[in-house]
Design a binder for this molecule. Structure first.
Ligand SMILES: Cc1cc2nc3c(=O)[nH]c(=O)nc-3n(C[C@H](O)[C@H](O)[C@H](O)COP(=O)(O)OP(=O)(O)OC[C@H]3O[C@@H](n4cnc5c(N)ncnc54)[C@H](O)[C@@H]3O)c2cc1C
Ligand code: FES
Length: 269
């Protein structure tokens, strides 16, 4: 029987600088069929430590998964020293992802703040390639400034087929037309004209962004049960044993990171 907490070695295929502090790592991974949108892996560097990182995208045919990693501390600093051809030890995949979000034949609205785009990117790419699965997909992305816009090429590609609002907190965005917080743009979305029972909203970003964006959707009349969020929380074991990720009685590593907002609203401080 395989050991679910034993890291295994995988080869890094590519490293791409996305912003000053965020790099995209493509890693060879033969078992892509086990992965669901929004799940994460524990990257485990010997003698350094471990950290949970979302699988930002995956490709079954070519056998790889990707991580968008922000350099913030002990483990991620060390990962940034790794290059193409090096080994990335990791374990997983873990967590409940977006696979239990019933978006089929719905108006799917995705709102993200900053690197919150990373955990949802595989789902956006999936719907982009399979638009017949939804009634529509609408995208609302917020970034600090133009330099921090992630996956710019893909963002521009998605925008050709799906309505999108791309806003920056200050300065100029890709076109310079939208400045301000994601919350301000919720009432301007096209989905406001849809039947809200057919709308599914996914929000990913910093805790306050998720909380106040969800409130804006609720104010419009979107049922709370149709809103989903994804959490980032300090973790250790990632398999429900250590309690590091616990909020009250909820184990984020097992029951999340993706939660329905009717549950998550009591977990977000
Ligand atoms: C489900 C999930 C998915 C995630 N997905 C991603 C992802 O896709 N990409 C990504 O980049 N990150 C992701 N994260 C976040 C990532 O796991 C954390 O940033 C992780 O802590 C990085 O580990 P580290 O050892 O590099 O940083 P750490 O050394 O743990 O530092 C992390 C932060 O804590 C601060 N800190 C460290 N020690 C202390 C201290 N003693 N007192 C106060 N502050 C301290 C640091 O300054 C830094 O801001 C995810 C987290 C979860 C739970
Ligand atoms: S990280 Fe150990 S219980 Fe969730």
């Amino acid at each position: 029987m395989s050991n679910i907490i034993m890291p295994m070695p995988y080869k890094i295929l590519n490293v791409t600088k996305m912003t000053e502090i965020e790099y995209l790592f493509r890693v060879e991974y033969p078992n892509v069929e086990n992965i669901n949108f929004g799940q994460f892996m524990q990257l485990s560097l010997p003698k350094v430590g471990e950290c949970p990182i979302s699988i930002t995208d995956f490709n079954k045919e070519e056998g790889w998964i990707e991580f968008l990693i922000r350099k913030v501390g002990i483990v991620t600093d060390e990962i940034f020293n790794l290059c193409c051809g090096d080994i990335m030890p990791m374990r997983g995949p873990y967590g409940k992802g977006f696979d239990h979000v019933d978006f089929k034949d719905k108006h799917l609205v995705i709102a993200t703040g900053g690197s919150g785009l990373a955990p949802i990117r595989s789902l956006v790419n999936h719907v982009y390639r399979n638009p017949q699965e939804v009634k529509s997909m609408e995208l609302l992305f917020g970034f600090k400034n133009e330099a921090s816009i992630l996956f710019k090429d893909e963002v521009l590609k998605w925008r050709e087929n799906h309505p999108m609002i791309l806003t920056v907190d200050k300065g100029c965005g890709i076109d310079g037309e939208c400045v301000g917080l994601v919350t301000e743009y919720v009432p301007l979305l096209k989905m406001t004209k849809a039947n809200f029972d057919e709308v599914v909203v996914v929000i990913v970003g910093p805790p306050n962004m998720m909380k106040y964006t969800a409130i804006e959707f609720e104010k419009l009349g979107v049922p709370t049960e149709n809103i989903w969020v994804s959490f980032e929380r300090k973790m250790s074991c990632a398999v429900g044993k250590c309690g590091h990720c616990r909020i009250d009685e909820t184990y984020v590593c097992l029951e999340g990171p993706v939660f329905n907002y009717s549950q998550a609203k009591y977990l977000l401080d």
